[in-house]
Design a protein around this ligand. Structure first.
Ligand code: NAD
Length: 248
């Protein structure tokens, strides 16, 4: 028996990067998976390649999320797991951060998590319980130069996850966040630019990360599988780090 047999799981932001690796790992463990991403071309391509369902969705838009969750549940016949992973990165000094950038980050990273969680709750309850896994960030536990607004948005994800876990524990719904450190995906390009380029980032990683390197998305995915599976049945309201030892 595979670890996620009979589990029906939505993964947002899974056209590429961490979400794609999570979707693949869930499928390998026997789950049904629907990918929800606003990049319709790449999302559909990824879904077809790995054998997941695909629904185009902008997680910051209420109607889009309402429709996506309804359609995913209809496709899979219910819902046991939700991975809120879609995220946006904008880097720059706080003194030059615009309200539009701040609102964009909060719209995707915070409102997106809230909306999908809200829409998933009745379906997770109907399934007799479930697991919500939210992608926060090392930035939530330890901010850094040039990521003030991003760090604030991921701090909100961590706090919302704890509140979700405590409110829904009585319904058998667990909620945890994962705080990745430096993961090698296109996501960090804006921050790499701010740091002075790829070489400067590699130097920073060497000095800042005890394990001395970035991780691949495939190294992060097993933590999601664990939290989505019944193996983690007594784990809730946690923010688990996977960052090569940076946060300690
Ligand atoms: N890469 C890292 O170092 C790192 C570190 C900590 C946290 N994270 C978090 O991991 C998550 C995944 O990022 P990644 O590194 O895999 O990057 P990625 O760019 O490969 O993936 C992000 C995905 O989110 C999708 N997305 C963006 N805005 C969306 C929206 N409004 N609606 C739906 N989908 C949307 C993108 O199309 C993309 O497929 C993000 O939440 C990010 O904040 C990444």
């Amino acid at each position: 028996m595979a670890r996620l047999d009979s589990k029906r799981i939505i993964v947002t932001g899974a056209a590429s990067g961490i979400g794609k690796a999570v979707a693949q790992a869930c499928l390998a463990e026997g789950a049904q998976v629907v990918i929800a991403d606003f990049n319709a071309a790449l999302g559909q391509q990824t879904a077809t390649a790995i054998g997941a369902g695909f629904i185009a969705c902008d997680v910051s838009d209420e109607q889009s999320v309402v429709a996506m969750v309804g359609e995913a549940v209809a496709k899979m016949g219910g819902l046991d797991g939700l991975v809120n992973n879609a995220g946006l990165q904008k880097a720059g000094p706080i003194a030059q951060t615009t309200v539009a950038d701040w609102d964009d980050l909060m719209g995707v990273n915070v409102r997106g998590v809230f909306l999908a969680t809200r829409e998933a709750i009745p379906h997770l309850k109907a399934a007799g319980g479930g697991s919500i896994v939210n992608t926060a960030s090392l930035a939530a536990k330890r901010g850094g130069p040039g990521i003030g607004a991003y760090a604030a948005s991921k701090g909100a994800v961590m706090a919302f996850t704890t509140a979700t876990a405590l409110e829904l524990a009585k319904d058998g719904i667990r909620a945890n966040s994962i705080c990745p450190g430096f993961i090698d995906t296109p996501f960090n390009n804006p921050a790499i630019g701010f740091m002075g380029g790829r070489e400067a980032q590699a130097e920073l990683v060497k000095t800042m990360v005890p394990l001395g390197r970035q991780a691949t998305p495939e190294e992060v995915a097993p933590m999601y599988v664990y939290l989505l599976s019944d193996e983690s049945g007594y784990v809730t309201a946690q923010a688990l780090s996977i960052d090569g030892g940076v946060y300690n």
